[in-house]
Design a protein around this ligand. Structure first.
Ligand code: CTP
Length: 423
């Protein structure tokens, strides 16, 4: 692996060098592990490094932080630490451990152990390899479970029969890696995954863990494929009763992919779009408003995400919205501006009507970013006291800008003077 390490970016190479020096100084064995090693072999960039220390991981982490860290968060209970380096790389450092699971779906109890123990407790063979960073063994691949062969043969394989029972998040993780890399599930792994699904383990998972897994799935490139595969292997009811993978949902998710691509590639690309949320809105499209509220509550979604999801639903429920007619700019602005980008893109994906689509695109392209140049302070300088009148005037100016009857600051000022009857 030395050659592959030598091909990494400067930042990564210097970090690895620093860790190698420190591990020899501290007299502990330090290894790169997990997804970073997998991606290194696949030739995929990964800036999140997982480190396992045989010895005292926390003391190693603190020393490393002193050399090159920008921030550090220590989790004493798990003897782990997360460092963000000055070069903005993320490092998760853990003391080698074995784990035992009290019951499915909860976090494991931690017992310290060897590197082998640590790798053995992991999800799949492709994620259970390590690279030594110590002295003469620097750069050597540690592959106890045939991970490299599985990578070569494009296979996702669990390491022991109880893996999915111990940790049901591995069910969705298996689907994620399978779809991401275009791999297949090893035969026994697929059998055991289906057994775990039959045992309804996904239904027993803690909601916040399930939420995090679903979000990870939706953050992948082209999530429609992932959801289809998730449905094939697990159904979608475990996410929420009422979510069914009808062909219409498949179509909607694919259309969302298209619209997200359009949005991010268009002139709006500088605007932040949380694409995963658009897919979630799509996935929840069949739920009633009441169920949707319950979903957001039970999954403890962030307030702003709940608001975006519900605003989409409310918009779609309001049939008086006249999106199917050519709308006056000010009215179009009025009905669309309360929606977030995520909700707007979901509406766009849902709409087949040409006029409706034209209205939405027009809103995004022409009106959405229009802001008056004048502000309250300027109006006050014209002798108007603080109060609701100022907001009213700004609204009128804003409307005139949207209607394109005025364009410049001077024209705005003229309009304010006209409204106030000032010569
Ligand atoms: N892991 C595990 N079981 C889990 C979650 C994680 O065994 N349920 C192990 C795997 O070895 C994994 C490592 O912890 O490689 C790091 O986990 P994570 O960062 O979630 O995954 P990555 O493999 O790095 O995947 P990604 O590329 O999606 O970040």
């Amino acid at each position: 692996m030395k050659k592959i390490l030598a091909r990494q970016s400067k930042k990564i190479k210097s970090l690895i060098k620093q860790m190698a020096i420190l591990s020899d100084k501290e007299n502990c064995s330090v290894f790169l592990v997990g997804g970073f090693v997998r991606d290194l072999i696949l030739g995929i960039d990964n800036f999140d490094l997982d480190i396992v220390v045989e010895g005292n991981g926390l003391s190693f982490a603190k020393r490393l932080f002193n050399c090159l860290g920008e921030s550090i968060v220590v989790h004493k209970r798990f003897a782990t630490a997360t460092i963000i380096t000055k070069d903005k790389l993320k490092l998760d450092i853990a003391t080698a451990r074995s784990e035992s699971y009290a019951s499915p779906g909860v976090l494991p109890e931690v017992i310290f152990g060897s590197l082998r123990d640590d790798l053995k407790r992991r999800d799949f063979s492709i994620n259970a390899m390590a690279i030594s960073l110590n002295g003469s063994s620097f750069g050597e691949l540690v592959d106890y479970f045939g991970g490299k062969k599985d990578l070569r043969e494009k296979r996702i394989r669990i390491l022991h029969d109880l893996s999915f029972i111990d940790d049901p998040t591995r069910i969705t993780r298996a689907i994620r890696f399978k779809a991401r890399f275009g791999f297949s599930l090893d035969e026994k792994t697929e059998f055991l995954l289906k057994q775990a699904v039959k045992k309804r383990l996904l239904f027993k998972m803690q909601k916040h863990r399930l939420r995090d897994e679903i979000i990870l799935l939706l953050k992948e490139q082209k999530p429609a494929v992932y959801i289809k595969e998730l449905n094939r292997l697990c159904g979608l009811k475990f996410i929420y009763s009422g979510i069914v993978f009808f062909p219409s949902l498949d179509r909607l998710l694919k259309t969302i992919e298209k619209e997200v691509r359009w949005f991010t590639n268009s002139q709006f690309s500088k605007r932040q779009l949380e694409a995963w949320l658009v897919y979630l809105i799509g996935m929840l499209d069949g739920l009633t408003l009441t169920k949707l509220r319950k979903f957001c509550f039970e999954y403890a979604l962030r307030k702003k995400d709940t608001k975006r999801i519900l605003s989409y639903k409310n918009f779609m429920l309001k049939k008086e919205r006249k999106l199917h007619e050519v709308l006056k700019p000010v009215y179009l602005y009025k009905i669309m501006s309360p929606l977030s980008y995520e909700a707007i893109i979901a509406v766009l994906a849902k709409e087949n009507n040409r006029t409706a689509r034209m209205n939405i695109v027009r809103f995004l392209e022409e009106f959405h970013t229009i802001r008056p140049h004048i502000n309250g302070d300027i109006i006050k300088e014209l002798g108007i006291k603080e109060g609701p009148l100022i907001k009213k005037i700004i609204n009128q100016v804003h409307n005139a800008r949207i209607n394109k009857t005025i364009h410049t600051f001077d024209q705005e000022l003229d309009l304010v003077r006209k409204i106030l009857r000032i010569k």
